[in-house]
Design a protein around this ligand. Structure first.
Ligand SMILES: [Zn+2]
Length: 239
């Protein structure tokens, strides 16, 4: 949580979290009940989507509340992935929302053990020169959480080998948008790999891009037109 900002109240945040869960399905980022979403309530607690429930029928009371010790409160069990949600909130004070998906292209890439290198400047949207892929561990385990935290070091998103994606943000909208952006990058990179001969941007160029992102103060934005004010000739996505 940043200074001077307060998170939404419990009731409003529950509504926002349910809306974010439904958006995952609407944007094609998840299928069925896979994927999960969380949002920080205050310094000690966060809301998280419940385990195995249909997002369309979710009600506010179905959303479990958890504390950073891992205790949960409410009628429903939290997502089986509560450990990495808790551990990210514990170790990353700037993160107020987390989205986890099994979005198709990012997951396919993660099944080859690949992360996303600097094949396109928009990779910088995840905070660095690449999106790492965390080592495989069984879902729901502390080992998976540790691997995810390592892959997220200095980044806002990572892939999980043979599993999916984690995207973080300062609020649910930015985490959701980043999850969509990572899926888009993974799709583009997969196509580029299939064509062969992918060229990567070098570190100096990525440093310039990261600096531009910072200077525009839109690190959590995902629209290149917002990032570059439409002034860059190659600002359109996919160019
Ligand atoms: Zn998962």
């Amino acid at each position: 949580m940043r200074d001077g900002e307060r998170p939404a109240s419990g009731a409003a945040l529950r509504t926002q979290l349910i809306a974010a869960c439904r958006e995952l399905t609407r944007r094609g980022l998840t299928h069925g009940t896979s994927g999960n979403v969380s949002a920080r309530c205050d310094a000690r607690r966060f809301l998280i989507s419940p385990s195995g429930m249909d997002y369309e029928t979710l009600q506010a009371d179905d959303v479990p509340l958890m504390d950073l010790e891992g205790r949960w409160f409410g009628a429903r069990r939290p997502s089986s992935e509560w450990r990495f949600h808790r551990d990210i909130f514990r170790s990353r004070p700037e993160v107020d929302a987390i989205v986890h998906t099994h979005s198709p292209h990012a997951t396919a890439l993660a099944c080859t053990g690949r992360g996303i290198p600097a094949f396109h400047y928009m990779v910088a949207i995840a905070g660095g020169v690449d999106v790492r892929c965390a080592a495989y561990h069984t879902f729901g385990t502390q080992e998976l959480s540790q691997a995810a935290l390592a892959a997220l070091q200095g980044r806002k998103a990572c892939l999980l080998a043979n599993h999916g994606v984690i995207a973080t943000g300062r609020d649910l909208q930015s985490a959701l948008a980043l999850a969509g952006e990572v899926e888009n990058l993974a799709r583009q990179y997969s196509v580029a790999l299939s064509l062969g001969g992918v060229t990567l941007l070098d570190e100096a160029e990525m440093a310039r891009v990261l600096e531009k992102f910072r200077n525009y103060g839109q690190q959590d934005a995902v629209d290149p037109d917002l990032l570059f004010g439409g002034a860059e000739p190659d600002a359109a996505r996919g160019s």
